[in-house]
Design a protein around this ligand. Structure first.
Ligand SMILES: [Zn+2]
Length: 1011
């Protein structure tokens, strides 16, 4: 028999596009259009409905970037539509190829009740079903002129620069009857056709399906698709009824809409995106009882509650029926590389508290499909927050190595594990197409051991979520020969069954490093600095307010701290802290950080005043976890002067030598540091012939996503900044010698101060940059004379080792890495830590081989600035300040201590008398991360501590108040027997003895006596 499959494919696709799909709607009737334009910020619906509407016609332009147009569509359902399913069809000027990302609308009734979102693939408003004829139609659509971003440098990313040219044209506004039989036929054909294309040409099933489609087309009168639809469907019924084979893979389809909390739109638009998508979902849930919609991010619910209470009430109804499923339990889907330990905890606790209070639910799966890599601290934190499972798919974006598992146990630095799944379709916004279903099955790495995978379906980011077409598709592929079996289920149902089936799943240990988006540790420097600063101010505010509450009866600011935490957590969203949003988002975030700092200072100051009492004794608060200058950790006392000789300064032709008896530092005439002699260890810290504190510029033009990526070829060209415009040796303070220098290059100016203080084996650097470079990566280099096989980077509640060599493709791919307050390199007997007060990106390389014989040095570099032009053309233009320091002769414990110290300097405060810390910890390896009052407002003191070195550590925690009881809790401050069994405590008087395992995090709840 002769065969031409490709011509059949063409025939089916052309028939779909040109005959069947256009026949879905019939009996079109125009509506009357009016519009009211709103150039500024959105307004509530009741105000929008009351605007002065002017006549408007289809085809007319509307919508300068970021403006809103309120449309009013009025008319009457014609008699001829009687009995039909009548819908209002609105095309705001959609790009036909895409599901969203541009103009969108929310439809309202005349009384201001939200109906559903208007997006390219769900562009209808239900009017009557069945129509009686003569119904009056009055529908309002709040249409947002969100510009589209395509990777091209554009001023559209901020309303202040976007201009006022209209971006859109109203393409359609009319009533029509949805022909349900034709609609069903289209879906039958699509499902069968897409399935056939995924099957092998040798598969008889493929040919049976195609034969059925061919015969259906042979018999269909394309001039009367509506009239022939039922008969056409009958011809396909046989192939659609063939059940899946017994070995068919099981797909747990979960309705979803990944809505970035800010990205190519500002936060205010996300609030509207949520209302549109959620309106769609609740409407669809009425029509399709099987719909399950998984929705993460407490923040997005909180916004909807505040700004769209009617939508929120509907959401709550559907949460109660189990169709709208809160998942993830985090405040937002945050970045996980950069948030500090306590902030990561609060992402979980703030999110879970919200879900529990609002809906009485507690999600058990962490839901982070899109964050840019996953910290090895997460498994423990997730388990301690009551999660058991973890979902992502982002590792499929790796550019070099293929992640080996889809279902596995992920193990963190402390040994804790979460049962983890990556949807093998490599997407979080599937359409349930045949191609995606087949790809997921083919890609799944666990066949033979596991028979099921999860697939999130629905358009995200303003596409409106799942559509009725997707749900109809799910019904058709529920049990269909050649297809995986598709069931619509909750993530929890999937995880419970997947774990039961595959308890011995393989284990991935350590971080899940995303081999992509490495620029996000550095882009938008103010986000990094703002985050770091806010996290530490929050620590101080909670510590001092808790101390003042117990000691002085000072009121504890629960609401204000919650509010500040929630704003901080929002800014850790995976496109804000990483710096990958438009200019508007980052401009607002900078303002928010400035405001948060003021609000936190307004909490810290009065708390310290309440503690210190009246008087003029010079005191200092030490919020860091280790004693400093005689001030106890977490206490307030008069600082002592360090008992050490002054710093001597000698300037000669070869530069300036600073000597404090511990370090002898040579700053060359060009401002670079050519030698650091460690007089204690009697060795040189820097590699011979190499200078430190060298500012280095690299061209930074990534292949794909500017703000996101640093591509390895950046290293192929480098310019060292060694020209000095000015160099001043400052000797006015014998306790701290300083060399200050200014460099100019192009339009940018760099001012640095190198300082050595008495009694410290620490060389400190303050760098100010007026940054005007574009597409340039600025690093500062420290070539250290240690032979290090790995570097250690601080992460949340511990640290992580990464190789300095590039033996394997996995090692080589880590050419830019993230570290929090410190990064350490060393060899037995000697190490050096580079600590910082507000940056995250680093790279660590082995020094070039020379003639190949002998020990290698190790060069550590901090990434300071980039200048990507997309999506924000002016990323990081302007002034920046960086503090960092080289801690010589440092063990890991020194790195930990100096990291905290640099971010929590002593806070001077005059008062009457010193204040003892609320708690003291006897072992410096056990670090107090947080002291606060319990969220339940009982007045209990919550102390969170962790083992920081990666070993066992016994410690005694002594409270300076009488204890009624002590409980080991989960992160939500609930006493937990399982967790307590891992951290047995012995309480005696005011002391708690406990032994921590490597990197263990322990939350103690201390109930004061006599309350
Ligand atoms: Zn995202």
């Amino acid at each position: 028999m002769h065969r031409s499959l490709s011509s059949l494919t063409q025939r089916i696709e052309r028939a779909l596009d040109e005959r069947l799909v256009p026949a879905i709607y019939r009996d079109v009737a125009p509506v009357h259009v009016e519009a009211a334009h709103l150039p500024g910020e959105p307004i509530p619906a009741r105000e929008g409905l009351a605007l002065a509407y002017q006549p408007f016609t289809v085809g007319q332009p509307w919508g300068p970037a970021w403006s809103t147009t309120w449309f009013r569509f009025t008319g009457e359902v014609p008699e001829r539509m009687r009995g039909g399913r009548v819908e209002l069809l609105v095309d705001l000027g959609f790009e036909k190829a895409g599901p969203g990302f541009r103009s969108e609308g929310l439809a309202y009734t005349a009384d201001g009740t939200p109906i559903k979102g208007i997006e390219p693939r769900t562009a209808y408003v239900p009017v009557a079903r069945p129509a009686a004829g003569g119904e009056r139609v009055e529908v309002y659509v709040e249409a947002a002129a969100n510009p589209r971003f395509t990777g091209v440098v554009t001023p559209l990313g901020d309303r202040e620069t976007a201009g006022d040219l209209p971006l859109y044209r109203l393409d359609r506004a009319e009533l029509a009857v949805l022909d349900e039989e034709v609609h069903a036929l289209v879906l039958d054909v699509k499902v069968l056709h897409e399935l056939a294309l995924t099957l092998a040409e040798t598969d008889p099933r493929r040919h049976q399906i195609q034969r059925a489609l061919e015969q259906m087309l042979d018999h269909l009168d394309v001039a009367d698709v509506s009239g022939g639809a039922a008969a056409a469907r009958a011809r396909l019924a046989g192939v659609l009824a063939a059940p899946a084979v017994p070995s068919a893979h099981q797909v747990y389809a979960v309705g979803h809409a990944h809505i970035d909390s800010a990205w190519l739109w500002p936060v205010r638009e996300t609030i509207r995106k949520c209302s549109r998508t959620f309106s769609n979902v609740v409407a669809l849930a009425d029509e399709y009882p099987e719909l399950v919609f998984a929705c993460s991010s407490a923040q997005q619910y909180a916004w909807t509650r505040q700004h769209h209470p009617q939508v929120y009430r509907r959401v709550a109804e559907k949460v109660a029926t189990g169709q709208f499923v809160p998942v993830g339990g985090m405040w937002v889907e945050s970045d996980t590389n950069m948030p500090g330990g306590e902030a990561m905890v609060r992402q979980f606790t703030q999110g879970k508290r919200f879900f529990a209070a609002e809906f009485g639910v507690e999600p058990r799966e962490v839901w982070l499909p899109d964050s840019f890599g996953y910290s090895a601290a997460l498994p423990q934190l997730a388990r301690l927050a009551g999660f058991r499972w973890f979902l992502s798919q982002k590792m499929s974006w790796n550019q070099t190595n293929r992640f080996p598992h889809h279902t596995f146990w992920w193990e963190g630095i402390d040994g804790s594990r979460v049962f983890t799944h990556f949807p093998p379709a490599d997407t979080y916004s599937s359409e349930l197409s045949g191609r995606e279903l087949a790809y997921g099955v083919g890609n799944f790495a666990e066949h033979g051991r596991s028979t099921r995978s999860l697939l999130p379906f629905g358009y995200g980011d303003g596409g409106g979520g799942p559509t009725r077409e997707m749900l109809e598709t799910a019904r058709r592929v529920a049990d269909l020969e050649g297809s995986p079996r598709v069931v619509v289920r909750t993530p929890a149902e999937f995880f419970a069954e997947a774990e039961r089936e595959y308890p011995d799943a393989p284990v991935w240990s350590g971080e899940m490093y995303l081999e992509f988006h490495r620029g996000t540790y550095t882009s938008q420097s103010a986000m990094k600095r703002g985050n770091r600063r806010t996290e530490h101010l929050l620590r101080e505010a909670e510590l001092w307010c808790a101390t003042a509450a117990l000691r002085a009866g000072h009121p504890y600011p629960y609401e204000e701290l919650d509010a500040i935490w929630q704003e901080t957590l929002l800014l850790q969203f995976h496109d804000i802290l990483p710096g990958s949003s438009i200019a508007w988002v980052h401009r607002e975030a900078r303002q928010t950080y400035a405001g948060l700092a003021e609000r936190l200072e307004a909490l810290v100051g009065p708390a310290l005043t309440a503690l210190a009492g009246p008087g003029s004794v010079p005191l200092a608060g030490n919020a860091a976890p280790h004693d400093h200058a005689g001030v106890p950790a977490l206490g307030l006392a008069a600082p002592t002067v360090v008992d050490a000789p002054d710093v001597s300064v000698r300037t000669g032709p070869d530069g300036t030598v600073l000597d404090n008896g511990l370090l002898r530092v040579t700053v060359d005439a060009d401002g670079t540091v050519s030698s650091i002699r460690d007089l204690v260890a009697d060795r040189e810290v820097l590699r011979a012939g190499a200078a430190a504190n060298v500012l280095q510029l690299h061209p930074d033009t990534p292949n794909r996503f500017d703000a996101w990526d640093v591509d390895e070829f950046y290293r192929n060209r480098r310019q060292d900044l060694t020209g000095v415009a000015e160099l001043v040796v400052e000797t006015d303070d014998p306790r701290r010698a300083r060399v200050r220098m200014t460099r100019r290059d192009g339009e940018s100016t760099y001012t640095q101060t190198v300082s050595l203080a008495a009694g410290e084996r620490v060389l400190r650097f303050a760098t100010e940059v007026d940054w005007q470079q574009r597409e340039t990566l600025l690093k500062v280099a420290f070539p250290i004379d240690v032979h290090a096989a790995h570097s250690s980077s601080e992460i949340q509640f511990g640290h992580l080792q990464r190789p300095t060599h590039t033996n394997t493709s996995w090692d080589a791919a880590k050419f830019e890495i993230c570290a929090h307050r410190w990064l350490h390199v060393g060899e037995p007997g000697y190490g050096v830590a580079l600590v910082n007060d507000g940056t995250y990106g680093h790279d660590v390389t082995r020094d070039p081989p020379g003639d190949g014989l002998g020990a290698r040095g190790t060069t550590v570099r901090l990434s300071l600035l980039r200048g990507p032009r997309y999506p924000d053309p002016d990323t990081d233009r302007g002034r920046h300040r960086f503090g960092y320091a080289l801690v010589c002769g440092a063990e890991i414990l020194d790195a930990v201590r100096e990291g905290y110290r640099m971010n929590l300097p002593l806070r001077r405060h005059t008062g009457g008398a010193p204040v003892a810390p609320l708690v003291e910890v006897s072992n410096p390896a056990v670090v107090v991360e947080s002291v606060k009052l319990a969220d339940d407002r009982s007045g209990d003191v919550v102390v969170r501590l962790y083992e920081a070195l990666g070993g066992r550590a016994h410690t005694r925690l002594t409270a300076s108040f009488d204890l009624a009881r002590v409980d080991v809790c989960d992160l939500l401050e609930r006493p937990d027997a399982e967790i307590a069994a891992l951290a047995p405590i012995a309480v005696e008087g005011g002391a708690v003895d406990l032994t921590l395992t490597p990197f263990q995090v322990v939350t103690l709840r201390l109930t004061p006596a006599g309350r």
